[in-house]
Write a protein that binds this ligand. Structure first.
Ligand SMILES: [Cu+2]
Length: 345
């Protein structure tokens, strides 16, 4: 196992250098190293060194202390609450609270995050095309924040400094109102300055507007590609992931049924790196960029996304077993952006 300590050592020393809290002993004591190695013995093609990337070896974070588990975030869609308006339209409402919170993003690496509703990514807000939307935003953080949504809205509802409610100060709140338009896969994020840091700290989430007629029945999941610059040098990241926790879906593969339609809502919000990607093994998918058209633009096994870009992937697995998915920027894969689909049936 000695060779596999390279990545962990680099991460810990980088994190220790500038503010991230590090629980150096925790990772080693929790890691069932042999079991992890046996499970992934056939995947060393992506590894750095003889044993592959460090956190693939079975070490896990404390999900309870974090307050969320990426396996639950994956299929957790927040539909808010609804009521019928006098004009016959549906009003859909959410309350989102900003809070500062330490999150263990990889075994032993605790990052001082800024969160929406206590999790990173924030809640996946979901609605239907044409609805009237109302988001009450409460700032419980020690820093000024906003919520800036992608989609059609007025200038006053844009969630940027100096327009409309502008920056929401600690202890203050505001309400953003707009219509669900256009349908597709969008996102929201804080737009307070310095913008890069507010995003990098974890203030973002997926925002899904279903088309009026819906989409075909599927096993749906959200993957927000993100990362953590644990030494705060604004030069790339030391941890990469989908839904925050490095190598989480190596430890807990995404269970799916053979032959069933799988729909992945894929968002790239990665800060400090110009491009991110998604690649699946042993399969191909239909790709719907931004999800704003019902016809796929491409049939592929790899997509590249810049920051803020997103798209919907639809695929079916033909064969059972573990099928990897990861960034095809292999540097990111080896620093956490890697997982497995476990195909059953
Ligand atoms: Cu912010």
């Amino acid at each position: 196992m000695a060779a596999s300590t390279f990545t962990r050592g680099a991460l810990l020393s980088a994190a220790a250098g500038a503010g991230a809290l590090v629980l150096a002993g925790a990772a080693a004591s929790r890691a069932p190293a042999i079991a992890g190695e046996a499970t992934h013995a056939g995947m060393k093609g992506h590894g750095g060194g003889a044993d592959g990337p460090t956190f693939r070896q079975g070490g896990v974070v404390d999900h309870r202390a974090n307050g969320f588990n990426p396996t639950e975030i994956l299929r957790d869609f927040d539909w808010g609450t609804t009521r019928r308006l006098g004009n016959g339209r549906t009003l859909r409402e959410w309350t989102v609270v900003a809070a500062d919170k330490d999150i263990e993003v990889a075994p032993g690496v605790v990052y001082p995050a800024w969160t929406y509703n206590g999790r990173v990514p924030g809640p996946t807000l979901r609605c239907r095309e044409g609805e009237s939307l109302r988001v009450r935003f409460v700032n419980g953080s020690a820093h000024p924040h906003t919520m800036h949504f992608h989609g059609f809205h007025t200038a006053e509802m844009d969630g940027v400094a100096g327009i409309g409610a502008g920056l929401i100060q600690p202890g203050k709140s505001t309400v953003y109102e707009f219509d669900a338009d256009p349908f597709g896969l969008h996102l929201y994020h804080c737009h307070a300055g310095p913008l890069a840091e507010h995003i990098a700290r974890g203030m973002y989430g997926a925002f899904i507007i279903d088309p009026r007629k819906g989409r075909a029945e599927a096993d749906e999941m959200v993957m927000v590609m993100n990362g953590f610059n644990t030494n705060f040098d604004a030069q790339g990241n030391q941890i990469y992931a989908v839904n925050t926790i490095a190598f989480h879906h190596v430890n807990e593969p995404v269970r799916v049924a053979r032959g069933e339609l799988i729909r992945v809502y894929l968002v790239n919000i990665l800060e400090y790196d110009p491009i991110n990607s998604f690649h699946v093994h042993g399969n191909f998918f239909d790709y719907f960029p931004t999800g704003t058209r019902l016809e796929p633009s491409e049939f592929t096994d790899t997509v590249m996304l810049g920051q803020g870009q997103r798209g919907i992937l639809e695929m079916r697995f033909r064969t059972p077993g573990l099928h990897m998915f990861h960034a095809h920027k292999t540097e990111f894969a080896e620093l956490g952006w890697m997982g497995d689909f476990e195909v059953v049936g």
